[in-house]
Design a protein around this ligand. Structure first.
Ligand SMILES: Cc1cc2nc3c(=O)[nH]c(=O)nc-3n(C[C@H](O)[C@H](O)[C@H](O)COP(=O)(O)OP(=O)(O)OC[C@H]3O[C@@H](n4cnc5c(N)ncnc54)[C@H](O)[C@@H]3O)c2cc1C
Length: 484
């Protein structure tokens, strides 16, 4: 689908329902299944009521959007957050991605709202601290169901006005600045207006539609990282599984043989071996079912999601027959969404790259720390990941961490539009590290705080005194050390 940009004209800004935004003629071109244009329609100029007005509008309620909205609101901004799904947490909840990485393998270096969310979950029994911390990065496994409640509580208690079931549509642009977005409600088209918009859609939808340049995929062939359908099983017998490690090796060997003969789907070998040797509690999400394709094409995503769900059942059907302890195994849940790791990376004032990650580079505009390695899941969908190899050249050295710069979330084109989370400015390689949830939450907290302070100071975000922002972030519990 290719859509030419619409021109929106703001006719009233008085707030609340009844205020009107108008947009003028547009041409939309629909694509046929073969990718060719099916034609075009003219959408006539019309006025649309304003549904809500805010200081800060956050589009997308994943981990990055939640922390952006909470921190902006806690610093006095009137905040609206819109999320297309019926729950908050994005990939972390809806795609069952339930591991957090916060340590440099000697100490925790990601705190702030990450620690707050963990503490809230801890009190309700929804998070488990990994036993071999600090040797491992994985400091927490959480219950995605519980986190939906934690995130909603955080937003509600921060007085963020939250709309789920609402897709952020086209941006409203006036005089080189974004003024809000158009949404389709059950009652018709509406506008949501704001002084600052934060694109936390994961895919950079708003930034791309506003005309900001972006990168997609790796430099060599523009393919994005492989996607994964996470799933959970019940009725696996742990004692029987533990007693049959040789069978685990035999079954993985069989899966590989059948796969190589084209009779079995792709799978992440390291993970399959682990799950068949070490029985997982029912709340653990299995991360081993890969597919590859274009993360921005709805029809392709539909096909990939269906393919991945079929693959999950193919694994489990084989295990029920072949692996002792899995005879009664049942698939109790697959991700509500396919797990999407990478799509647009919106170009920013700074681009986080692999060297900044593995050399633990410090930045003067740091808003927090990152620890995760270069972790690229094969864009062709074999399931292989550089995480499995853990080569020294892909790792952040033990006891060190890199800085996440504010500049990767701001851009040179539109001063009141920021991006946070996995769509922020990075190379394909840099992205493979900074895309993890805790790092996205660091970005969210940094940019949300920046937005509120910038509005208070009546300056654009890029013009805010960085020391003032860093001082505030530290007061709010963010770990921020060695800033040059
Ligand atoms: C299979 C898999 C395994 C992973 N493993 C780990 C791991 O072990 N640990 C880890 O920390 N990270 C892991 N990650 C990465 C991590 O989960 C994501 O990169 C991270 O959650 C991204 O957060 P985000 O808020 O930027 O984006 P998302 O989580 O994608 O959130 C974006 C939100 O915006 C909403 N949205 C999108 N478009 C619109 C729109 N137009 N209007 C309104 N709402 C919109 C979406 O519904 C979603 O809720 C993994 C990812 C995958 C896919």
């Amino acid at each position: 689908m290719k859509t030419t940009r619409r021109k929106f004209i703001l006719t009233a800004t008085s707030g609340g329902l009844g205020a009107l935004a108008a947009f003028s003629g547009t041409t939309a071109q629909a694509a046929k299944p073969d990718g060719k244009q099916a034609g075009a329609v003219i959408i006539p100029e019309r006025k649309v009521p304003v549904l809500a007005e805010a200081d800060v509008l956050v589009c997308g309620g994943g981990t990055a959007g939640i922390t952006a909205a909470c921190s902006a609101a806690r610093h006095g901004a009137k905040v609206v957050l819109i999320e297309r799904w019926p729950c908050l947490g994005g990939m972390g909840t809806a795609a069952l991605v339930n591991g957090w990485h916060r340590s440099d393998r000697t100490k925790v270096v990601i705190n702030g709202l990450v620690e707050e969310a963990a503490e809230r979950a801890r009190k309700r029994g929804w998070i488990e601290q990994v036993r071999n911390f600090p040797k491992a990065f994985e400091t927490h496994w959480f219950d995605p169901e519980g986190m939906k409640v934690v995130y909603q509580d955080m937003l509600d208690e921060s007085s963020v006005r939250t709309f789920c079931y609402l897709v952020a549509g086209e941006p409203i642009i006036e005089g080189g600045r974004i003024r809000g977005v158009v949404v389709e409600t059950k009652e018709g088209t509406r506008a949501i207006l704001a002084r600052i918009v934060i694109d936390a859609t994961g895919d950079g939808d708003i930034a791309a539609k506003a005309g900001l340049p972006f990168d997609y995929g790796r430099a060599s062939d523009n393919l994005v990282q492989g996607m994964t359908m996470m799933f959970r099983l019940s009725d696996v017998a742990p004692e029987i599984v533990k007693a049959h490690p040789q069978d685990a090796d035999r079954v993985v060997g069989l899966m590989k043989k059948l796969r190589d003969e084209g009779k079995f789907p792709q799978f992440l070998e390291m993970a399959a071996r682990h799950y068949l040797r070490s029985p997982q509690p029912p709340d653990v999400s299995y991360n081993m079912c890969p597919v590859a394709g274009n993360a921005l094409k709805e029809e392709e995503l539909t096909r990939l999601t269906a393919k991945a769900r079929r693959q999950v059942h193919q694994y489990v059907e084989l295990w029920r027959k072949e692996m002792p302890g899995f005879e009664d195994a049942k698939v109790v849940q697959t991700g509500f969404s396919l797990g999407i790791r990478e799509s647009r990376r919106v170009r920013g004032l700074k681009t986080l790259d692999a060297q900044m990650v593995v050399k633990a580079v410090k930045q003067h505009d740091a808003i927090g720390h990152g620890v995760w390695m270069i972790d690229i899941h094969d864009p062709k969908g074999s399931g292989h990941t550089t995480w499995a190899d853990q080569k020294p050249e892909t790792m952040v050295p033990v006891g060190q961490s890199y800085h996440i710069p504010l500049g990767m979330c701001l851009n040179a084109t539109m001063p009141n539009l920021a991006v946070v989370g996995r769509c922020a400015a990075s190379t394909h390689e840099g992205h493979s590290s900074v895309r993890v949830q805790t790092h996205c939450m660091v970005m969210g907290q940094g940019v949300g705080t920046c937005a509120a302070l910038a509005l208070n100071a009546d300056v654009d975000m890029a013009k805010l005194d960085i020391h003032k922002l860093q001082t505030q972030l530290r007061k709010d519990g963010v770990y921020l050390e060695n800033v040059p």
